[in-house]
Design a protein around this ligand. Structure first.
Ligand code: ASP
Length: 211
């Protein structure tokens, strides 16, 4: 997310990938780690389990193959954040390791503006998690904002249309977190649960897992 922020502040481009993105991040003095840093024993075990099935799965599906879904110790997946600041500006960020057993070179929805991440001061900020290919196909994050801008939908109605109708219609599983320009929140998902939390000003943060 720091690297994405640096791209934003640089202003010339919206999306950098691969070696060029790494060179840019290094140039900006961001902390770098070797790819092996992300190769933990738990992750390798998850990959080996899934590889034999030939499937490509989200984190919690991978964990669910030996333990119940949403196991506390295993749910270390995509992290998203959305915010409305005191000046009325909206922002969204999404960080992910992608899906287990994905093909090398696969790009998911998370970094794609409009698919897994989107923010527009006129409508809402949205960050998604789930089966990325489906979120790309329905332009999920942008569709939430488009429903609000063109159809006058409330945030709640827009997120539910995407999460409960558009995504399930093509087999998409997951959810999203969103805040609109008035500070309304929607934390919608079509899975058994989604780790989530929200805080407003100085209020104590609230967290939840299941529906
Ligand atoms: N949406 C992410 C991806 O497809 C995965 C996830 O959210 O768990 O890369």
């Amino acid at each position: 997310v720091r690297a994405a922020r640096a791209v934003l502040e640089d202003g010339a481009h919206v999306l950098l990938a691969g070696a060029g993105a790494e060179a840019f991040a290094r140039d900006r003095g961001l902390e770098m780690v070797e790819p092996f840093f992300f190769s933990t024993d738990a992750r390798r075990q998850q990959l080996y389990r899934v590889r034999d099935t030939g499937r490509v799965v989200t984190d919690h599906e991978g964990a669910a193959m030996t333990k119940p879904p949403l196991d506390e110790d295993k749910k270390l997946g995509t992290v998203g954040a959305v915010a409305l600041d005191m000046h009325g500006h909206l922002a969204a960020a999404t960080s992910t390791g992608g899906m287990t057993n994905k093909r090398v070179g696969r790009i998911g929805d998370s970094p794609l503006i409009g698919a897994g991440t989107y923010a527009d001061d006129r409508t809402a900020a949205v960050s998604c998690t789930g089966s990325g290919e489906m979120f790309i196909r329905v332009a999920a994050a942008y569709d939430v904002c488009a429903r609000m801008a063109y159809g006058g939908a409330t945030l709640e109605a827009a997120t539910h249309a995407v999460v409960r109708q558009s995504l399930p219609a093509i087999g998409g599983t997951g959810g999203l977190i969103a805040v609109d320009r008035h500070g309304n929140l929607s934390l919608a998902f079509n899975t058994e649960g989604m780790y989530r939390g929200h805080a407003r000003g100085d209020e104590a943060p609230k967290t939840a897992i299941f529906a």
